[in-house]
Design a protein around this ligand. Structure first.
Ligand code: SF4
Ligand code: SF4
Length: 360
């Protein structure tokens, strides 16, 4: 048995901003191919770590002045550097006590089903999307699922098992899932990323699933400020519902493929790097997905968009060059002003003037 205080202190000292611990039994009932109980069958506990996204990382996008810092620091930096370093250090503390530490950093496109839409087989990966576009005729494309994988043992699930991070964070008592599908925490609102560690150690104390005041205000700001209309309206009834240890958790059924186009390329009014004429011309209908709201978002449409727009922001940090985050900034702005979470965190609010929109 381990002390939860010991591990939480180690986590915060190693750079995490929050830490919560769940018994593995909370994952019972998850679909097998996404159930972390299969990862390490002897594991008794799951430790969740929150890494805050500094609000200022999105300042450049909020002002329309600098778009590189958000994907490089908040995606690349946290996923590749800060979170793995913390997992490594906390893992050592656990293994020094004689228990095993199965670290699990953020990783996309590792599962037997697509992490975009849950479908089996061949869906595209975002991380190397640009390379795919350039090499599609001669190279095998990368995918959002590992389509030829198979279970290594009878009764097991096929590798690489990938679970739902936000649900796991809720299991660890770290916060709630907001309507926008983002994890909301009391201190940081939607501004964080997460990582996990599974161990055969039991703890003297486990965190309860968050049951404080609602963190999501169901205000619809994320719906209104999404440039792609990817988040359904609150009263649309389009939502996903699950039950975790008897608690119902629900969020908007977001069009993930559509978000995939808009979070990187942001659309006519929110991408200052793409000339107006490119949108006007819409050569071969490549931008139909972003220019009308009738085209159904799927990987073929995404390929067209990426092929047409990649040259206008030819930077690369190992992650898609996100230029949107509209739902995050809308949410921060509302929560700071109206409360729910993040209250009193900053002296000045994120937004003091009207959000920008290109006039074209
Ligand atoms: S990241 Fe951008 S495109 Fe995606 S849901 Fe949020 S606001 Fe919409
Ligand atoms: S913007 Fe409002 S509705 Fe959307 S996640 Fe944040 S609090 Fe919830």
């Amino acid at each position: 048995m381990l002390s939860s205080k010991l591990i939480k202190e180690a986590a915060l000292a190693a750079g995490a901003d929050m830490c919560g611990i769940s018994p593995m039994t909370r994952f019972s009932g998850a679909p097998d191919e996404m159930n972390p109980q299969f990862l390490f069958p002897e594991a008794k506990s799951c430790i969740g770590f929150v890494f805050r996204i500094p609000r200022g990382v999105q300042r450049g996008i909020e002002e329309g002045t600098q778009f590189y810092q958000y994907p490089s620091m908040a995606y690349g930096g946290i996923n590749e550097i800060f979170a793995p370093a913390t997992l490594y250090h906390v893992g050592k503390v656990i293994e020094d006590e004689g228990y095993e530490a199965f670290v699990y950093r953020n990783t996309g496109a590792r599962g037997v089903v697509s992490d975009m839409d849950g479908s089996e087989g061949n869906t595209l990966s975002p991380e190397e999307q640009i390379e795919i576009n350039e090499n599609a005729k001669t190279h095998t494309a990368h995918h959002r699922s590992v389509q030829f994988t198979r279970p290594a043992r009878e009764g097991g699930v096929a590798p690489d098992l990938q679970f739902q991070f936000r649900i796991a964070a809720v299991a660890c008592g770290l916060g709630e899932i907001g309507w926008s599908k983002m994890l909301l925490t009391p201190d940081f609102g939607p501004l964080q990323r997460v990582a996990f560690l599974f161990t055969d150690a039991e703890f003297d104390e486990y965190d309860k699933i968050y049951d404080g005041p609602a963190l999501c205000r169901r205000c619809g700001a994320c719906v209104r400020e999404c440039p792609g209309g990817c988040i359904p309206s609150i009263d649309s009834g389009k939502k996903i519902m699950i039950t975790l240890e008897g608690k119902t958790i629900e969020w908007g059924d977001i069009d993930m493929w559509r978000c995939y186009a808009f979070y990187t390329h942001a659309g006519r009014y929110y991408n200052p790097f793409v000339p107006k004429e490119v949108w006007d011309k819409n050569e071969n209908g490549a931008l139909d997905l972003m220019e009308d709201n009738k085209t159904v978002a799927n990987e073929q449409e995404i390929m067209k968009v990426y092929t047409a727009l990649q040259k206008y922001f030819p930077s690369w940090v190992g992650y898609n060059m996100a230029k949107c985050g509209g739902c995050i900034r809308a949410c921060v702005s509302v929560l700071e002003k109206k409360g729910g979470c993040m209250e009193g965190r900053f002296n000045e609010p994120l937004r003091k003037k009207k959000a920008w929109r290109l006039d074209r």
